[in-house]
Design a binder for this molecule. Structure first.
Ligand SMILES: Cc1cc2nc3c(=O)[nH]c(=O)nc-3n(C[C@H](O)[C@H](O)[C@H](O)COP(=O)(O)OP(=O)(O)OC[C@H]3O[C@@H](n4cnc5c(N)ncnc54)[C@H](O)[C@@H]3O)c2cc1C
Length: 416
């Protein structure tokens, strides 16, 4: 029996966001059913760059982006590319994306990201201590390296914005880069070192471990696909898969890039699309990086994981259904070989994943419009791992009716 103030909540989606939401709800004493059609962490959370990046406050849409669109269409292997055949479906999202690149919107979106990102390391420290998943996070900082003058100019511009928001960083000359990362061999114009950045030693194992902790703490983990939501008197009464019915007192949708299929059942259609990203993972690279290294020119990050070297990133606007363009993963491989000619890439694997992206780069974290007992947590774009624990905390506060301590209007679903 659940006590009146404690609810039975169904959380759909066991990616990093869903497992963190489930844990924070369990921490508040709720009963939790966590449902995923696959095994926890097999969605986008499987293959990211594994970086917890509290300073990632600059949204993707910024001034000048409009003029770049033809370039994105012409170069399918560039750091940001648009698949031609997807353009008609993407157009409404792209229009909002361009709208969000105006200076006033960038300012607003930066402020929203700053408020949610600032305490992410503390949120993780607290959550993993409580859940007993220590030793997965390493706080070794990261390096953003620029090889061309254009990338260097924009790196310094971003560094200035970060500084204004209190982010600690050090600007490095080319000859200083190897003191921080001895394995780096390419010619660079400069780099910025950010000490307050952490990485997870294996992002997939991390999600699996957190999900396992959630079940040990009482959550019921169900491998099932939710295809319908039953509403009664403007409230969620139950979820339905093809074979089962899950009665619940409330619902949290954490289904990443697929969330729209579920919110539709609540009468809400967010402008959610996907920025597809690729990775290669090299099991025995033959050297060890000290910390993650970002290519400011080419949009990928090389991260030392316990399973090898992960090199992940780039951005392809192509929806959920088009097949991967594996040449993009090959481009990542060729570029990382230039950085680390000593790399042994034998036995490497490649992957493509779907960042859940809203056109302002700000996630939806808040109540579902018009449905009293449903909450939404999706659209974390490039920073879902970073924001996982913090999102869980905010959702738990909203469910409990506690003050989350920040203005939640910026993350509301009805802002669009
Ligand atoms: C190349 C790349 C690099 C990245 N690097 C980083 C990084 O370094 N740091 C960072 O913070 N972020 C990074 N990201 C972004 C990050 O990976 C995502 O934002 C994050 O994984 C999103 O998590 P999620 O839980 O919202 O979604 P997912 O991990 O996709 O989880 C959603 C889950 O919902 C389930 N689901 C969907 N629909 C249903 C349904 N109807 N019924 C049941 N289950 C359902 C899916 O099976 C899935 O498991 C990167 C992304 C990419 C692609």
């Amino acid at each position: 029996m659940t006590s009146p103030e404690k609810k039975h909540l169904a959380v759909v989606g066991a990616g990093i966001v869903g497992v963190c939401v489930a844990l924070q709800l369990l921490r508040d004493g709720h009963r939790v059913t966590l449902i995923d059609r696959g095994s926890p962490g097999e969605g986008t959370s499987f293959g990211n760059a594994s970086v917890v990046e509290p300073h990632g406050i600059v949204p993707v849409p910024t001034p000048g982006v409009l003029w770049q669109v033809p370039k994105y269409l012409m170069d399918p292997l560039g750091p940001l590319a648009i698949r031609w055949s997807y353009l008609p479906r993407l157009a409404p999202w792209l229009a909002r994306f361009v709208w969000n690149s105006r200076p006033s919107r960038v300012k607003r979106n930066t402020a929203a990201l700053h408020a949610i990102l600032q305490p992410v390391l503390e949120s993780y420290a607290e959550l993993i201590k409580w859940a007993g998943a220590e030793d997965m996070l390493r706080e070794r900082g990261w390096l953003a390296v620029a090889e061309g003058e254009g990338a260097w100019k924009s790196t310094l511009h971003h560094a200035e914005i970060y500084r204004r928001h209190g982010v600690p960083l050090t600007v490095l000359k080319p000859e200083e880069i190897r003191q921080y990362e001895p394995a780096f061999q390419a010619q660079a114009v400069g780099a910025v070192y950010f000490p307050k950045v952490a990485h997870v030693v294996d992002n997939f194992r991390f999600v699996q471990m957190l999900a396992e902790r959630a079940t040990r703490l009482g959550a019921s983990l169900q491998r099932d696909e939710i295809v319908d939501i039953e509403l009664a008197d403007g409230r969620v009464a139950a979820l339905r898969s093809r074979e089962k019915r899950y009665a619940c007192d409330g619902l949290v949708i954490c289904a990443g890039a697929w969330s729209k299929m579920l919110t539709r059942r609540l009468g809400y259609r967010p402008p959610l699309d996907t920025e597809r990203g690729y990775h290669i993972t090299v099991p025995k690279p033959g050297f060890e990086l000290r910390m993650p290294v970002l290519s400011a020119d080419r949009g990928f990050v090389a991260t030392p994981l316990e399973i090898g070297l992960r090199v992940a990133g780039t951005d392809e606007l192509g929806g959920l259904k088009l097949p991967p363009n594996w040449e993009r993963a090959e481009v990542i491989r060729r570029n990382v070989r230039r950085w680390f000619p000593q790399l042994n890439d034998e036995g490497y694997s490649r992957w493509m994943g779907f960042r859940p992206s809203l056109p302002d780069s700000v996630p939806v974290v808040g109540p579902a419009p018009r449905v009293a007992n449903a909450w939404l947590a999706f659209g974390h774009g490039h920073l879902g791992l970073t924001m996982g624990a913090r999102t869980g905390q905010l959702i738990a506060d909203l469910v409990a009716g506690r003050d989350p301590g920040i203005d939640m209007r910026a993350y509301r679903a009805d802002r669009f």
